[in-house]
Design a binder for this molecule. Structure first.
Ligand code: S3P
Length: 429
């Protein structure tokens, strides 16, 4: 499916409802599945990635159903998972595969996990390493990839230094640790998104997070909880950027997750001169509030390693934004972009160049000197949802028509992205 994007007069919307947070949706389903009792997840994301998690859990014998805005999960608790009769299809979802590895490592069953062409190229040794140290039995394809087979086994707590700031790896270790004998301590790069740590408290787990360390006593069972899913800030970012870039625009978004491990994008665009305000209404377990933004004149910005985890998924969009900024933008310490749903540094460079922009790439980031005029072009998404959506925003500020090839890949995290785009650009005064 192709989408054609043109420059609108303005971009106005207060009626738009941003879909649920992808990370919290996955975790709500998975924690609900292993807990004892009936978990309710309100406003779950209906995207394909979260559906992949639901499908895997159903194949493991978990009952999941929907009633209105609520998704109900009958957790397996002490009974444990059923041996699946089929291999578990994780689709395009790295979170599904990596987090399920942690859950299955200490189970009593054997399962094989596989994914689409993109997921089959993504590294899995990074998760397997700590899980094997705990005693997990995992067979990887070519020592690093999926399809992979996990045979559940008795696990032992470990002290583990996390060297990559990845919430997927951290979550896999935490969920394995709950099933292990003895305490697990994780230290090092633990500052990535902390939804697992926060949600585990709602599921009455005993987990301590203090001064850069996470302590998880083993042999724990979770109790069912109610999880309210706020709107996804990484999804909201596309409309925030569009409003900032397009003259005469203003936008107010409600119910956005303002978790400090996810607000890096807002902090950076503030530095770039964007007029943006946030107001937090709810603090626990997840900070949630509203965001108001209007068209602004932008200047170049710098992002270094420390800030990357809080905005990792927004970097393709920040590259598009950088082309419209006065001055130099440099992003470094973001080598993880090379192993996302696509090599996002290459995908950004290829598409910006096809729009006539100049970008210098590095192994861990890029440099863009702006402002630059973007020309409409045919965009290759590399089947990556965030590339499709970031370059749709580029199309809104480009001269002429931009064609997004394979635009349906946006459904991984935002099934109605193109419908909402039409709504937001039709509401023009
Ligand atoms: C996610 C963590 C991040 C992020 C991904 C979702 C999660 O990945 O890019 O979209 O839900 O834990 P890493 O853990 O690989 O950094």
């Amino acid at each position: 499916m192709k989408e054609i994007i043109k420059r609108p007069q303005s971009f106005v919307g207060s009626s738009i409802l941003i879909p649920g947070d992808k990370s919290i949706s996955h975790r709500g389903l998975i924690l609900g599945a292993i807990a004892q009792g009936l978990t309710e997840v309100v406003d779950i994301l209906e995207g394909e990635d979260v559906q992949s998690t639901g499908k895997c859990l159903r194949a493991l014998g978990v009952k999941i159903w929907k009633e209105g805005r609520s998704t109900w999960i009958e957790g397996v608790g002490r009974k444990g998972f059923q041996t699946p009769t089929e291999n578990l299809d994780c689709g395009n979802s790295g979170t599904t595969m990596r987090v399920m590895m942690g859950v299955l490592a200490g189970s009593t069953i054997e399962a094989t996990l596989f994914g689409d062409a993109s997921l089959s190229k993504r590294p899995m040794k990074r998760v397997c390493g700590p899980l094997r140290e705990m005693g997990a039995e995992i067979i990887l394809t070519n020592e690093n990839f999926s399809p992979l087979t996990i045979k559940g086994s008795a696990l032992q707590g470990i002290n583990y230094e996390l060297k990559i700031a990845s919430a997927q790896i951290k979550t896999a270790i935490i969920l394995a640790a709950l099933q292990a004998k003895g305490t697990t301590t994780i230290f090092g790069e633990v500052g990535s998104r902390d939804h697992t740590e926060r949600l585990l408290e709602s599921f009455q787990a005993n987990i301590k997070v203090s001064s850069g360390e996470i302590h998880i006593p083993g042999s724990q069972y979770l109790k069912a909880a109610k999880v309210i899913v706020p709107s996804d800030p990484s999804t909201a970012a596309f409309w925030i950027a569009a409003a900032a870039l397009i003259p005469n625009s203003q936008l107010e978004l409600q119910n956005i997750s303002l978790n400090p491990t996810r607000t890096g994008f807002i902090e950076v665009i503030k530095r770039a001169g964007v007029k943006i305000e946030t107001k937090t209404h709810i603090q626990n377990p997840e900070p949630i509030g509203k965001v108001r933004v209007q068209h602004s004149l932008l200047k170049g910005f710098t992002i270094e390693k420390d800030e990357v985890p809080s905005l990792i998924d927004e970097i393709p969009l920040l590259a598009v934004l950088a082309t419209q900024c006065e001055g130099t933008t440099v992003i470094s310490g973001a080598e993880e972009l090379r192993v996302k749903e696509s090599d996002r540094i290459e995908a950004v460079a290829t598409n910006l160049r096809s729009m006539g922009a100049v970008i210098e790439t590095y192994p861990d980031g890029f440099k863009i000197v702006g402002p630059q005029t973007l020309k409409g072009a045919t965009i290759k998404t590399f089947h990556d949802h965030r590339i499709a959506m970031a370059f749709s925003v580029a199309g809104l500020v480009a001269d002429g028509e931009t064609i997004i090839e394979d635009a349906q890949c946006a459904a991984v995290s935002y099934p109605d992205f193109y419908l909402d785009l039409k709504k937001l650009t039709k509401e023009n005064p």
